[in-house]
Design a protein around this ligand. Structure first.
Ligand code: FAD
Length: 495
């Protein structure tokens, strides 16, 4: 039986392992950390359960489609519910814009801000739906291995309709005039780790998913989704090794032979690296075996890192919803301080998640579970003083919006920032969400899924196709597994 190693237990590693195990391969996952899930890990303390990374569950069809491959449903592993409101935006005047889960309510809201904009929104979403259906069902499952993929008749025919080559900001401006509506429509692509003006208009599919299809919540938090993936893998006989740090990929000519770890050396027929691409190339391979040089990575646009706070609050907080976006300062200014002139932001935007509004299991009775996220430039210098400075800024703004004291009610507090991303995940420059989805870093222009010099070494995860986010990472694992299975069949890969 062929033995396959997967380095990393994030969503991409887990989905890749499950697909290969189902085909009869003997798969082992190597994870350097104690717990599985990578950036989507969870930790529990003093009765609170904190998701460490993702909190927005969008594109539920991608999760369902994954489980359907195994003749399962997500319901067999975890439960999701639709949030209402999906989220709220705190505006400059400290009033909020609540995004309902009901489409007719959203249309009404648009009319309140700009007469006639509900018609524009319908048109925008019709177009975005086409991109979503085509993009998510066809395009993103391509391995990005050859430019000829784009010449497949249905892709080539639709390439201009997909608007890969025009800017998302210009696209939004064609439909809406009101600045607050424009900010709302631009927010979903901030998830792609790019400035809206540099994001291809293709990604209006994100607005379709987040605004029209709605925001879901997995009961118990994202940790329960990871548990579901791990359970499925175990049912398929995937072996898990935690606290196992891969230090080197040993090769014989163009063949990878084994993994050197802190727990010994393990031999394999094929290796899939789902840890950060740059780390695998720079730290686990020697120079002549790498696909890309240090200079290549330095030139790439990375999505932001983040300053995060996990807070346990000993009372209930009235005005906040499950998802709260503090857009009470200038968006453009903060975006420039992430990408153009990387520095700690002068007037940051931030995001507050309060899952205990929806889920009693994540905080003790009468208490609140808070997660604060402030996007910052990847690679920025991290220090305790800076973390504290911005903690105070965020808490003050949260208090003034909520019109109640919060600081004195915090009974648990933990920060997480650039240095933690580096230490915990070997993240290049401490990035949180991988490579930004700019025009020159989309589809076939992303780092390749196969090592060009080592025949049996492959890459998956948020730094390769299709990109950052949980659904794309789940897709990425499947793309790589399918690529290996397909090419083995036609004997193109020698392993
Ligand atoms: C703060 C934050 C908020 C986010 N919010 C959202 C959201 O709301 N919705 C959404 O869809 N997405 C969100 N994302 C993005 C999403 O979490 C990621 O895109 C996705 O989880 C990445 O999965 P992955 O498998 O590519 O990588 P990872 O999850 O990073 O997995 C890689 C794994 O490799 C392991 N590893 C690294 N080096 C080694 C080594 N040498 N040996 C062994 N193991 C190693 C790491 O420990 C890690 O477990 C968020 C991310 C962050 C950080």
């Amino acid at each position: 039986m062929r033995r396959i190693a997967v380095i990393g237990s994030g969503f991409s590693g887990l989905s890749c392992a499950a697909v290969l195990a189902e085909k009869g391969y003997k798969v082992t996952i190597f994870e350097k950390n104690e717990s599985y899930g990578g950036r989507a890990r969870q930790f529990k303390v003093d009765g609170f359960t904190f998701d460490m990374g993702p909190s927005w569950y969008w594109m539920p069809d991608v999760f369902e489609r994954f489980f359907n491959r195994f003749n399962k449903k997500i319901d067999d592993y975890f439960k999701i519910k639709k949030l209402d409101p999906g989220f709220q935006i705190i505006k400059k005047d400290l009033n909020e814009m609540k995004i309902s889960s009901k489409w007719n309510e959203i249309l009404k809201l648009f009319e309140e801000y700009e007469e006639g904009s509900s018609i524009s929104l319908e048109k925008f979403m019709d177009e975005a739906k086409f991109k979503y259906d085509f993009g998510i069902n066809e395009l993103v499952y391509e391995p990005g291995d050859s430019i000829f993929e784009l010449f497949k008749s249905d892709i080539f025919k639709n390439i201009f309709k997909l608007q890969i080559f025009s800017s998302y900001r210009k696209h939004v401006n064609k439909y809406f005039k009101n600045d607050e509506l424009k900010a709302l429509m631009e927010f979903p692509v901030l998830f792609l780790g790019t400035a809206p003006k540099d994001t291809p208009a293709l990604y209006s599919l994100m607005a379709y998913s987040g605004i029209k299809c709605g925001t879901y919540y997995p009961e118990g938090g994202f940790g329960s989704v990871i548990d579901g993936f791990v359970k499925l893998c175990k049912e398929l006989s995937v072996e898990f090794l935690n606290n196992t740090n891969v230090k080197k990929i040993n090769t014989d000519g163009s063949i990878a032979k084994s993994l050197e770890t802190n727990r010994g050396t393990f031999e394999f027929d094929t290796i899939i690296a789902s840890a950060d691409y740059n780390h695998v190339e720079q730290s686990l391979l020697i120079e002549k075996q790498r696909n890309y040089s240090k200079e290549y990575w330095e030139k790439k646009v990375f999505s932001p890192s983040s300053l995060l706070f996990y807070l346990g609050v000993n009372k209930k907080i009235k005005k906040i919803e499950h998802h709260n976006l503090f857009f009470d300062e200038d968006i453009e200014n903060h975006v420039n301080e992430i990408y153009k002139n990387p520095c700690w932001p002068s007037k940051p935007l931030f995001y507050v998640c309060c899952p205990s509004k929806t889920d009693k299991s994540v905080a003790p009775a009468g208490k609140e579970n808070l997660f604060l996220l402030m996007p910052i430039a990847a690679g920025i210098s991290d220090s305790e003083e800076m973390r504290e400075k911005y903690f105070k800024i965020m808490i003050q703004r949260l208090e003034s919006y909520c019109d109640e004291e919060i600081l004195d009610h915090i009974e648990y507090k933990k920060s997480y920032c650039v240095d933690d991303f580096k230490n915990d995940y070997n993240a290049y420059k401490g990035n949180a969400y991988g490579l930004a989805n700019t025009l020159t870093q989309t589809a076939n222009l992303k780092p390749k899924i196969r090592n060009k010099k080592i025949n049996n070494l492959f890459y998956t995860g948020q730094l390769t196709v299709p990109g950052p986010g949980v659904p794309p990472s789940i897709i990425s694992g499947q793309v790589v597994a399918d690529y290996i299975i397909k090419n083995n069949k036609i004997n193109e890969i020698i392993i």
